[in-house]
Design a protein around this ligand. Structure first.
Ligand SMILES: Cc1ncc(COP(=O)(O)O)c(C=O)c1O
Length: 373
């Protein structure tokens, strides 16, 4: 067996339709000769805003800068506090630190592994300037509860939707529920570019304009800097690829859903914890399929699957608060017990539209046989 965790080599295999299409897209950009801030970025911003159901989208170079610039746009400054989770990809936290603000971690809900709304109010201080919930693995946070708290405390919410393109709560896509939504188009995402890319979405025209300035050296017009900015632009080639990929996002999310359904059916009786399903009005998407097994079994199961040719990953093996770079924040496992335990039990199984049902059956068979011993 040879089941990779990521399947770009399959998607872009020599001679495949996707590879030929991407070559055509790159050729078109080369023929046009516009590489920065051209028609592809403009079109992508319009189409992505339309897809997400937001008034504005601003194309950026990464999800990290999407979060950073969203925080800058709402006025987060050095010394402010921003409430978020440690059970996330490190860039959520590095983006907060780029503003000079201090991340304040709350623990996650043991079922969804998303921010536990019951813990937010205790973390709010006079320095709190924003809440950054993370829709981890494609599962929406409890946005109704989070928004109630945010509104009561007059706090903006910056949604980290970098893993949740197309997920929704109450019919609204994630990214449009808070003040600004942040997306990554890192190649492995449900909507992925051929390199780095990102975007913010918002219904607020002033915030959208501010992010447009911030991403382009702080320029309001050419060579006129109204704010200290940076270069966080999405480029034309990535935007052109994203314009093409956006058309298949729903179809690909459905393929992921079918494969996740099969995983759930096949693993239903196994002694492990399955990932959370859509519940109530929340509609999740499947970015990662993350199971939880006993901590003592996790690494041996991973090794066993690797031996059988099945590649898995852990998102994330070391919680951000335990990373050497963030030791100065001074959190311990006792502060974040659910985050800590989850990091010892989680295992991400392969999940992408190019994965076959036979492969899912083979993976689940190996997992079941290992856990039955
Ligand atoms: C939850 C989360 N936040 C932020 C990011 C940062 O996105 P990027 O890699 O595009 O900077 C990612 C992607 O890696 C992510 O998964």
């Amino acid at each position: 067996m040879n089941i990779p965790f990521f399947a770009f080599k399959r998607k872009y295999a020599p001679g495949s339709a996707d590879r030929e299409q991407v070559k055509k897209i790159v050729d078109e950009v080369l023929d046009r000769g516009i590489f920065i801030m051209g028609p592809e970025v403009k079109r992508f911003e319009e189409c992505f805003a339309d897809y997400i159901g937001a008034k504005h989208a601003v194309g950026l170079n990464s999800g990290t800068d999407a979060i950073y610039l969203a925080l800058r746009a709402i006025g987060v400054k050095p010394g402010d506090e921003v409430i978020t989770v440690s059970h996330t990809a490190t860039p959520t936290v590095s983006a907060i630190r780029l503003t000079g603000a201090l991340p304040v971690f709350v623990d996650v809900d043991p079922h969804t592994l998303c921010m536990d709304p019951a813990l937010i109010e205790d973390a709010i201080t006079s320095k709190t300037r924003a809440i950054v919930p993370v829709h981890i693995y494609g599962h929406p946070c409890d946005m109704n509860a989070i928004m109630d708290i945010a509104v009561a405390h007059h706090l903006p919410v910056i949604e980290d939707a970098c893993q949740a393109h197309g997920a929704a709560v109450g019919g609204k896509k994630v990214g449009t529920i808070g003040t600004i939504g942040c997306f990554s188009f890192y190649p492995t995402k449900n909507l992925g570019a051929l390199g780095d890319g990102g975007a913010i979405v918002t219904n607020d025209p002033t915030l959208a304009e501010k992010v447009r300035e911030l991403r382009n050296y702080g320029e309001a017009t050419k060579f006129h800097n109204v704010i200290e900015g940076t270069n966080s632009r999405l480029d034309e080639i990535q935007a052109a690829v994203l314009n093409w990929a956006l058309d298949s996002l729903d179809k690909n999310n459905q393929s992921r859903q079918r494969l996740a359904d099969l995983y759930i059916k096949e693993l239903g009786t196994a002694p492990l914890t399955l990932p959370p399903l859509s519940r109530g009005t929340s509609e999740r998407v499947w970015h990662l399929f993350v199971i939880q097994v006993e901590a003592e079994q996790r690494d041996t199961l991973k090794a066993h699957l690797a031996e059988k040719g099945i590649e898995t990953m852990i998102h994330y093996p070391t919680p951000v608060f335990k990373q050497p770079a963030y030791g100065f924040l001074d959190y311990t496992a006792d502060d974040l017990p659910v985050t800590t335990t989850a990091s010892q039990k989680i295992l991400s199984l392969p999940l992408y539209p190019e994965l076959t049902t036979e492969e899912v059956r083979a993976i689940t068979k190996e997992i079941k046989s290992f856990l039955s011993k």
